[in-house]
Design a protein around this ligand. Structure first.
Ligand code: PGA
Length: 258
């Protein structure tokens, strides 16, 4: 594990009503305790942000959203802006998740505008990149990831670059139970860090957290987190239960001392 403080983020996707979210957070507060070696971010649906934020208080868990609209306000029915999230004490936002790209038509250009809007509002973007199975099988993984990274980060001001978190999520591993092997993931993470060095400078690149996402579970996390450039996880399925999410936080804590 690296010198960077590991980050474990829970992407709850379209799961949990506000009441169910409150139950999970209450359980997590008890099981995670006053963890200080790992940064933890919970990303509930918009409808549960206020309730979850109220329960997090000054504890070790931060609040994240799963999307935002690039414009600050206006006639965009059904959308939510960065300043609306800020007002609810949200500090992180997942952007460019493969489900947004595949199901909601988000292009690299849209994702880039959202990244810039997030940084403008002092939200920390978790920029997701990753290849499909067909792209991997065609030997295009690094090309696809490199393009998504470069396009997603275009125009990011140097002074804000270290606010960015990158999540490498191979699309074929998301929600499928298939995980990249630690070596496969590390190869892409090292590539991402090298590309970040070219884009943002080596010093910044050495500080940016690069998370792995895609069926990360308590039984495969230790091996993934032991890799030099894997600084944490973006967790879907295993973030919906207090026990499995806490196990992942503990795994990240172990990786610091390993
Ligand atoms: P998963 O989802 O852990 O359920 O594979 C990860 C994600 O989509 O962020």
């Amino acid at each position: 594990m690296s010198k960077r403080i590991p980050l474990i983020a829970g992407n709850w996707k379209m799961n949990k009503t506000a009441s169910e979210a409150a139950e999970l957070v209450t359980a997590l507060r008890a099981s995670v305790g006053s963890q200080s070696q790992v940064h933890i971010v919970l990303c509930p649906p918009f409808t549960a942000l206020d309730r979850v934020g109220g329960l997090l208080g000054g504890g070790p868990m931060a609040l994240g959203a799963q999307n935002l609209h690039e414009k600050p306000n206006g006639a965009f029915t059904g959308e939510v802006s960065a300043s609306m999230l800020r007002d609810l004490h949200v500090t992180y936002v997942i952007l460019g998740h493969s489900e947004r790209r595949a199901l909601f038509g988000e292009t690299d250009a849209v994702v880039n505008r959202k990244v810039l809007a997030a940084l403008d509002a002092t939200l920390r973007p978790i920029l997701c990149v990753g290849e499909t199975l067909a792209e991997r099988e065609a030997g295009r993984t690094l090309e696809v990831v490199g393009t998504q990274l470069e396009a997603g980060l275009a125009g990011v001001p140097a002074a804000k670059a270290d606010q960015v978190v990158v999540a490498y999520e191979p699309v074929w591993a998301i929600g499928t139970g298939k995980t990249a092997t630690p070596a496969m993931a590390q190869e892409v993470h090292a590539f991402i860090r090298a590309r970040l060095g070219q884009l943002l400078g080596l010093e910044t690149a050495s500080r940016v957290r690069i998370l792995y996402g895609g069926s990360m579970k308590p039984d495969n996390a230790d091996a993934l987190l032991a890799e030099a450039d894997i600084d944490g996880g973006l967790i879907g399925g295993a973030s919906l239960e207090a026990k499995s999410f806490t196990d992942l936080v503990n795994s990240a804590a172990r990786s610091v001392t390993a």
